[in-house]
Design a binder for this molecule. Sequence first.
Ligand SMILES: [Zn+2]
Length: 418
Amino acid sequence: MDLAVRNARVRDQRDLVDIAVEGARIAAVGPRLAAAAGEEIDAAGGLVAPGFVNLHLHADKSLLGEVMRPNVSGTLPEAIEITNEFKRTYDPDEVARRAGRVLEAGVQNGTTFFRLFADVGTIGGLRAARGLLLARERFRDLCRIQVVAFPQEGLLRDPGAAELLEEAIKEGCDVVGGLPWYEYTDAEAREHIDICFALAKRHDLDLHMLVDDTDDPGSRSLEYLARTTMRERFHGRVAASHCGAMAAYDDVYAAKVIDMVATAGVTISVNAHINLVCSARIDREPKRRGIARVKELLARGVNVISSQDDVNDPYYPFGKPDQLEVALMMAHTAQLTLPHELEQVFDMVTTNAARAARLDDYGIAPGRRADLVVIDAPSVHEALRTQPPRRCVIHEGRAIARATLSRELRRSPTPRGG
Ligand SMILES: [Zn+2]
């Protein structure tokens, strides 16, 4: 075998196992596999998971916080406005280099699959998309990347954006984005969704939209997105990020929409940390969290995921990016703290996200892709609690990142008296 991960704690396995890798695939999983490997990695009883999956990252905007003025109101409209000033002059190579810094950090933290959102519209044209397509090429040896053609200024609000979106797809974008709630009227939000589905059908692509990212209880595009998904038979091919208006819906309407989302097989990406910062800015007290109803979605069997979304940009000043940190934020925000709920949170950045991206060969089993992260903690609970370094990250059977942490605590030789 080419590579072996020894003494691995794998979820759903009682004993420690070895994982044997041949080429880009897992060849065997079992206790104490005898054959020697070209490269040996000792997990030392640490958790080994399939590589993290981050399906919502604005890599074109990442790190703009280093060069742009701060978002004084902290709101989404101001974030959009100040980003626009900058992206008129985007240079694709600069976008790719900035995205590359974030991808490198993400990979080192164990993410092996990214879905990058590229703003497409009349302000920046195709510059951001071309930059992220360039990054996709440059990072082929480290991770898999999909680029989403994303109409950040709307489609009806930004005449010409729909044509640019199709151009971006022809140039190689993998997923059709959308931002229906940002249109001026409900009718235009629905038209926005129709345009996106027409594009997705023409090019046989999946959809990932940012939906109802507002505290307005009247924002209702998720309902129409779910209905359209059913009508077009796109079950399992549509993801909706945010959906924070759900927090403002009354309970009866929320239950109806959650049921529709489940029936349509729409994935909900709850990027909770972003909404904690951006949502409910107009609320006095009590302030809403502004995130989708995670527990109700889970109870209805909806595929819920969580994604980094932003890294030091006008929307959000933090982000390492690290899907383990994202999962920890989800646990806090959605109050998922019981043992089985911690496992659910971990699923949101691994198996659930892989399902949303339709990665059929994801997971730790013979024949699956050897994309793995070795975490320096013995369990999901401890991984979330201590946020430890990733001992090793494996992509397509190759160890592409390693980390060690050396810490020292110096005690006094004799107890200090008063
Ligand atoms: Zn976003």
